[in-house]
Design a protein around this ligand. Structure first.
Ligand code: UDP
Length: 428
């Protein structure tokens, strides 16, 4: 690469121009315009028409016929039931990623599932992002105004939406207040929490908890996230879709083209982190680890991210990342639109090492995506990440920057370890 870090951005606004099938209008916060554009993105500036979703039968070669038969058998008892999923963004982040894939499959099983996305102004998403960080243990001053903003937008959405289904699955804290729509003897309500609640800010959790306890049950992504609650709690591990554009096999020629487009040199090691530009994903820590590692080994760093319409901090964090990267021509920063699944897939497949150096993590789908592709992975030992692997066998769990920085040169100079991790990852 002959220029300083590459910024590739989506459409000028940085915002998705539409919704995926099945989702209603995305929520409001906008992302700042790109600071610079060095290379013209070869990604559509508007969401392309998605390919038709796979049918359940397409998964048989992956999960086997007995699993598939069991699924059909279990679904018989709930056939014809109606479900409404509600979350706060139709694109960007792991929840939208999963709902996009799961809903067509539920419908194929005749569990009639709809997806609604709550709307809100910047003030709402600033409050909910503050809640998100605080529930992950961050500092936060919970004001009366923040509580009022939260309740006001939940009430607006409650009035706008219809609640006629048999089951309501409300994802994460942002729409938690919709429980006020509950009518006596009408439908079951589930709160599906995708974040790490093991050390929540007491004031924010104290505010949300009475709402959560009005639900019939809560679902968490890791046993450590369970709270003292007056309702039953269940454990569901999130999942990736092996047949999605994000995870399906790709032609070598396509992977090469994506790397060429983004100025990534495949003849040299590539270390990649794919994540929204969010401080809890620690992209600046990844740059620091890379800078330390670079003193010992040659490598490039790819930081590919994007925004989610319910995350107003993305543009600020992207700026911090740019500043930390400085003029290093081997740091490639990609600010991609949410419909870049194929490009993300190619970047993951082109990587020598995948990093997910999160400081807090609900589950970290990106780690599963990397393991699925057989990539040696270095990840923060946080949230749901350690549930998926054995340290030093499947990958490396690193806490501080130095742990990550140590492991990169080690792997790049020990090809046998690199290969053995790749093998274990692929079989995980
Ligand atoms: N992702 C993406 N584009 C990006 C950043 C992330 O498509 O620019 C995807 C990523 O591949 C994964 C999901 O968004 O499927 C992120 O889920 P994860 O659980 O890792 O983190 P979250 O963003 O939900 O905190």
């Amino acid at each position: 690469m002959d220029e300083k870090n590459t910024i590739v951005t989506p459409a000028e606004s940085g915002q998705p121009a539409g919704n995926p099938p099945g989702a209603s209008q995305p929520a409001g916060a906008s992302q700042a315009p790109p600071r610079e554009r060095r290379r013209k993105p070869r990604i559509s500036e508007t969401p392309p028409v998605p390919p038709p979703p796979p049918s359940l039968a397409d998964y048989e070669p992956i999960i086997g016929k007995p699993q598939l038969d069991e699924l059909h058998f279990l679904a018989r008892s709930v056939r014809g039931k109606t479900v409404k999923m509600v979350n706060s963004t139709s694109m960007g982040g792991g929840v939208a990623e999963m709902l996009n894939r799961l809903i067509p499959l539920l419908n194929e099983l005749e569990v009639l599932t709809k997806w609604d996305v709550i709307t809100g102004g910047n003030d709402f998403f600033e409050v909910t992002k503050g809640f998100h960080n605080a529930l992950h243990g961050g500092e936060y001053v919970l004001t009366k105004e923040a509580k009022e903003i939260f309740m006001m937008y939940n009430e607006q959405n409650r009035q706008r939406m219809q609640f006629v289904e048999d089951l309501f699955v409300i994802h994460d804290p942002q729409p938690a207040g919709l429980i006020r729509a509950r009518e006596r003897n009408r439908g079951r309500w589930i709160w599906r929490c995708h974040i790490d609640l093991s050390n929540p800010h007491p004031d924010v959790w104290g505010f949300l908890r009475p709402m959560i306890e009005e639900y019939d049950a809560a679902i968490f992504s890791s046993p450590q996230f369970a709270r003292q609650l007056a309702i039953p709690q269940y454990l569901f591990y999130p999942c990736i879709d092996p047949l999605s554009e994000k995870n399906k096999e790709l032609d070598e020629a396509y992977i090469q083209k994506v790397c060429d487009d983004f100025g990534i040199d495949r003849s040299r090691p590539i270390v990649t982190q794919i994540s929204r530009f969010d401080r809890l994903k620690d992209p600046v820590g990844v740059i620091q680890a890379y800078q330390l590692a670079k003193k010992y080994v040659d490598c490039q760093l790819v930081l590919a991210g994007g925004g989610a319409s319910d995350d107003p901090e993305g543009a600020v964090v992207l700026q911090e990342v740019m500043d930390a990267a400085g003029d290093d021509p081997d740091v490639v920063i990609l600010n991609l639109p949410p419909w870049s699944a194929l490009e993300i897939n190619a970047l993951q497949r082109a990587s020598t090492i995948v990093v997910q150096k999160s400081l807090k993590e609900g589950f970290g789908l990106t780690v599963t995506e990397a393991l699925w592709k057989g990539k040696p992975t270095i990840a923060g030992a946080v949230g749901g990440i350690p549930t998926r692997w054995t340290h030093n066998l499947t990958g490396w769990l690193a806490h501080p920057v130095r742990g990550c920085a140590y492991q990169i040169p080690y792997l790049l100079t020990h090809p046998n370890s690199l290969k053995s991790w790749a093998r274990t990852a692929a079989s995980t």
